[in-house]
Design a protein around this ligand. Structure first.
Ligand code: ZN
Length: 292
């Protein structure tokens, strides 16, 4: 008789019930082999000071275990971060997450933004989105407010959706802007569909679709209607079927924040059968990349 091994419970990042366990869990992700180093000059073996601080023997920098990492961008405790990551993995709204974790709406909103930035920073195109002058760079500055945002008009960024064997890739296409999409629509009959502030196109080169988010400054009235469906809405792009209802749920969708949501949805789609919590905690424990 054959016996099957009982399924092994996935190593959840979700077991932490108290601050000490949550902190241990995050520390093991910050320092996976236990060896600590200076976040400024990478020198090994800093020495321990009182109060859990560390000092670099090379450059004398004083830091702590979470210095320079995404999770240090808010004042949340390890336990609250862990609970927040679980809420995010369960697709709770900001309001639901704030209530379940026991924090204010504004704190939850900021923490979800940090989490989305941390996820986006894992991508190969992170520097194109986060470096000075790039769409998301102002979000790295805590004093940034969207009210002061300068709207780039038809210079808005455009993203490409590319499917490869059940996975989706969302790429910033720096050579294209909203103006290029309007131009292709007028002069090359590229089909473009509008959903609120979002424009999505028919196939373009190897991409299933081009997609962008504008606001009332974008001349939507300029779009020409061409007969027929776009590829993504004729069953060609399961990612779009997955994302379209979800994009409607996001509060505060703006052209600047749009790539955060696209990248989040791509991750949710690509890991759709898995618990996202370990990936989220790993992203939060990664160092915030430095751009010259
Ligand atoms: Zn150092």
């Amino acid at each position: 008789m054959l016996y099957e091994d009982p399924p092994i419970a996935p190593q959840a990042g979700s077991a932490s019930q108290n601050e000490e366990d949550a902190r241990k869990e995050l520390l093991s992700r910050c320092w996976p082999d236990g060896r600590k180093f200076c976040p400024r000059c990478r020198s090994q073996a800093p020495y321990q000071l009182a109060g859990g601080r560390l000092r670099c023997g090379g450059c004398r920098y004083t830091f702590h275990d979470f210095t320079g990492r995404w999770l240090n961008e808010t004042g949340l405790s390890a336990l609250k971060w862990t609970a927040l990551a679980q809420a995010f993995a369960a697709e709770q709204s900001t309001r639901e997450a704030a209530a379940s974790v026991g924090i204010s709406y504004n704190t939850a909103f900021k923490a979800f933004t940090v989490l989305r930035l941390a996820l986006l920073a894992l991508g190969a195109d992170a520097s194109q989105l986060l470096a000075p002058g790039a769409p998301l760079h102002p979000l790295l500055d805590a004093s940034h407010t969207e009210e002061r945002d300068h709207f780039p008009g038809t210079g808005l960024p455009v993203y490409g959706l590319l499917s490869r064997s059940q996975h989706i890739f969302v790429d910033l296409l720096p050579e294209l802007t909203a103006e290029s999409v309007l131009h292709f629509n007028h002069n090359f009959h590229l089909r473009v569909i509008r959903h609120g502030s979002i424009l999505i196109t028919d196939r373009y080169k190897t991409y299933d679709a081009l997609i962008l988010c504008g606001d009332e400054n974008l001349p939507y009235h300029y779009l020409l209607r061409h007969p027929g469906q776009i590829f993504a809405e004729s069953g060609g792009c399961p990612f779009w079927d997955f994302s379209r209802p979800r994009l409607r749920q996001f509060k505060g969708l703006s052209w600047r924040r749009f790539p955060l949501y696209l990248k989040e949805l791509a991750l949710r789609f690509n890991l759709r059968d898995q618990d996202l919590t370990p990936t989220l905690l790993a992203a939060l424990c990664a160092p915030v990349p430095k751009f010259a």
